[in-house]
Design a protein around this ligand. Structure first.
Ligand SMILES: C[S@@+](CC[C@H](N)C(=O)[O-])C[C@H]1O[C@@H](n2cnc3c(N)ncnc32)[C@H](O)[C@@H]1O
Length: 248
């Protein structure tokens, strides 16, 4: 039996096949959830990216203001987010061990509402969130799964709400890590869906996904960048499309 199949406990095939060692195997989870390790994976940029992400969240204290972190992340982001949201925060991930880890890290930090869900097919109602935060998820998904996830995000965001995406930037042709063939090769080996993601135009695809729900997802302001433009933090604003037929 191929080893990864042992981890196919209700998670998408790509996740078990390519990332069992990082997100599903208990020793992997223990290993990666150390700040120096996660920082190393992001070339020393974790705290910068976390700060940039937190700075963009224009949270409001009202109980009806709802925020979702779409998928767990290693490190301090989730407890920090939660601590800044008096009304609590939703967290969805398809991997039960990741949700369990987040629950433990967030104990005493606020009201965390974790749910085991596939980002491609969320069980949340349409128009139910004011903010959705996605930290380094898309580049780990195959193209089709990304498309489904973009559509789900557009569906669950309220018009007037915002999406924060912290991710690899588009193909960084002038960055030394990209220009140096061995490091480019290694990154693509460890992150098999990254080259496909870097070749996409995220703003265009998000807006196309939003159009299927009669909405628009447009870039708000300029992106914050880190590591010489290798990473980006972008805010997208969700609005109703002007051309949406009234009553629909
Ligand atoms: C956000 S990404 C990577 C984050 C980053 N490497 C870090 O930890 O800082 C990892 C998470 O995405 C989750 N995930 C991947 N595909 C998913 C899907 N289709 N639906 C829900 N969660 C998913 C994995 O279970 C994992 O917990």
């Amino acid at each position: 039996m191929t080893l990864y199949r042992r981890f196919l406990d209700g998670v998408p095939d790509y996740l078990a096949r390519h990332y069992w060692w990082a997100y599903l195997w208990r020793w992997g989870i223990w290993f990666f959830d150390h700040q120096p390790v996660i920082n190393l994976i992001l070339f020393g940029q974790y705290r910068t990216l976390m700060r940039q992400t937190l700075a963009r969240l224009q949270a409001r204290p009202e109980p009806g203001w709802r925020c979702l972190q779409l998928t767990c992340v290693y490190g301090e982001l989730t407890p920090r987010l939660l601590a800044s949201l008096p009304q609590g925060m939703h967290l969805a991930d398809v991997a039960a061990p990741q949700l369990e880890l987040a629950r433990r890290k967030c104990a005493g930090r606020g009201r965390l509402l974790p749910a085991r869900m596939n980002a491609e097919c969320l069980a949340y109602a349409s128009d139910s969130f004011d903010a959705v935060i996605v930290f380094f998820l898309f580049h780990e998904m195959p193209a089709q799964a990304r498309r489904h996830t973009y559509r789900e995000i557009a569906r669950i965001l309220k018009p007037g709400g915002s999406l924060l995406v912290t991710e690899y930037a588009e193909r960084p042709v002038s960055h030394p890590l990209y220009r140096f063939p061995p490091s480019r090769w290694l990154l693509a080996k460890l992150e098999p869906f990254l080259p496909g993601f870097q070749d996409e135009c995220l703003p265009t695809l998000l807006d196309e996904a939003a159009a299927t729900h009669g909405k628009r997802l447009s870039l708000k302001g300029t992106a914050a960048t880190a590591f010489g433009g290798f990473y980006q933090v972008r805010t997208f604003r969700c609005e109703l499309r002007d051309d949406k037929p009234s009553g629909s």
